[in-house]
Design a binder for this molecule. Structure first.
Ligand code: UFG
Length: 337
């Protein structure tokens, strides 16, 4: 059974391909390599002992000629849509870029899938749809008030999927990720963004390059130590959740469409993360406190009761596993792929 994965050369996409093939799925990957890495797919292919296929197509997920070619050559039974721009800051300075790629192209893609009767669609959404929450942990029913264009684009696609379910019985699940981090336990693939803006990979990359610096964006938040609290989820737990969700859609169809949070329900402050990094790597870190970064909510913690109760999802990895796996990757790939 073949699953089409857009953005499969990216961070979460590539880890999900590993989980898919380990669960007996063949995969067809579309990625334009704007921010993805061909090397991630090549590594997976080289190390692939599952006998399952990983077919890579370099291109745009809204390119109809490419999509036509793919559906002629493959028996696509489900789609996981990761391909998107995801830099919150850039989305503020260039909103059209984000609306064009994340919404307009996704509409073209969804129209194609609908016209060809392809459903079973898993959408990569984000905690950014909530904006600044009124209370934590955040449930799926919390108000949806994105505070930046990136979050707004994710919410728009979620809305369209809901309408498509009503109009065409198109079945989908949107997964709202909190802070994805960590790397595959073997260390063959991991996080490699350019620029890197996320906390854990930024600090680990700096350590791997011998610099050992951490910048803390503000320590005057109303939290235990004044630094923002986030809910970190291991990328392999996220990947497994995509596979579980896909299996669910394949088995249960349209009636099980909906949205689910993916976090681990506990939060760590920026300073707590830096302390854990020092503890796990055994290295020293020079910490500099700067002004707040614009648009950072003080606390973002998920309630993931819904996916636990409805789909039986269980987390396997802890924050220590997240940091140690990410360190394995960064220390062996100081320059990324
Ligand atoms: N931070 C630092 N120093 C750094 C990097 C980050 O102090 O070098 C802080 C940030 O200010 C924030 C926390 O660490 O308080 C986490 O920041 P990240 O950039 O790692 O992650 P975000 O919480 O900003 O981003 C996450 C997801 C996005 C999503 C966003 C929604 O990664 O995809 O939540 O708010 F859009």
């Amino acid at each position: 059974m073949e699953i089409l994965v857009t953005g499969g050369a990216g961070y979460i996409g590539s880890h999900t391909i590993v989980s898919l093939i380990e669960n007996g799925f063949d995969t067809v990957v579309i990625d334009d390599l704007y921010s993805g890495h061909k090397e991630a797919v090549s590594e997976i292919k080289t190390q692939n002992f599952t006998g399952r296929q990983v077919r890579f197509y370099r291109g745009d997920f809204s390119d109809i000629a490419l999509l036509d070619k793919i559906i002629k050559q493959h028996d696509i039974k489900g789609v996981i849509h990761f391909a998107a721009y995801s830099l919150v800051g850039e989305s503020v300075t260039d909103p059209v870029k984000y609306y064009f790629n994340n919404i307009a192209k996704t509409v073209i893609f969804l129209n194609f899938l609908k016209n060809h009767g392809i459903g079973n669609f898993v959408f990569s959404s984000s905690a950014a749809v909530y904006g600044i929450p009124e209370s934590v942990p955040i449930k799926e029913t919390a108000p949806l008030n994105p505070i930046n264009p990136y979050g707004a684009t994710k919410l728009s696609v979620e809305k369209l999927l809901e309408y498509m379910k009503g109009a065409y019985k198109f079945n989908y699940i949107s997964l709202r990720y909190f802070n994805a981090a960590g790397a595959h336990p073997t260390g063959i693939i991991g996080e490699d963004h350019n620029p890197e803006t996320h906390l854990i990979p930024s600090v680990l990359r700096s350590l791997a390059n011998g610099e050992g610096k951490a910048t803390v964006f503000g320590n005057d938040y109303p939290t235990i130590d004044g630094t923002p609290i986030r809910d970190y989820i291991h990328v392999m737990d996220l990947s497994e959740a995509h596979v579980m969700t896909m299996k669910f859609l394949l088995e249960s169809g349209e009636t099980r469409s909906g949205v689910y949070n993916l976090g681990d329900g506990t939060g760590f402050s920026v300073m707590e993360i830096i302390k854990k990094i020092i503890e796990i790597t055994g290295k020293e870190i020079k910490t500099e406190i700067t002004d707040r970064r614009m648009g950072d909510p003080p606390v973002l913690v998920a309630s993931y009761e819904k996916i636990k109760n409805e789909l039986g999802f269980q987390l396997k990895y802890s924050i220590d596993d997240i940091i140690s796996s990410a360190w394995k990757w960064h220390s062996s790939h100081p320059k990324g792929f």
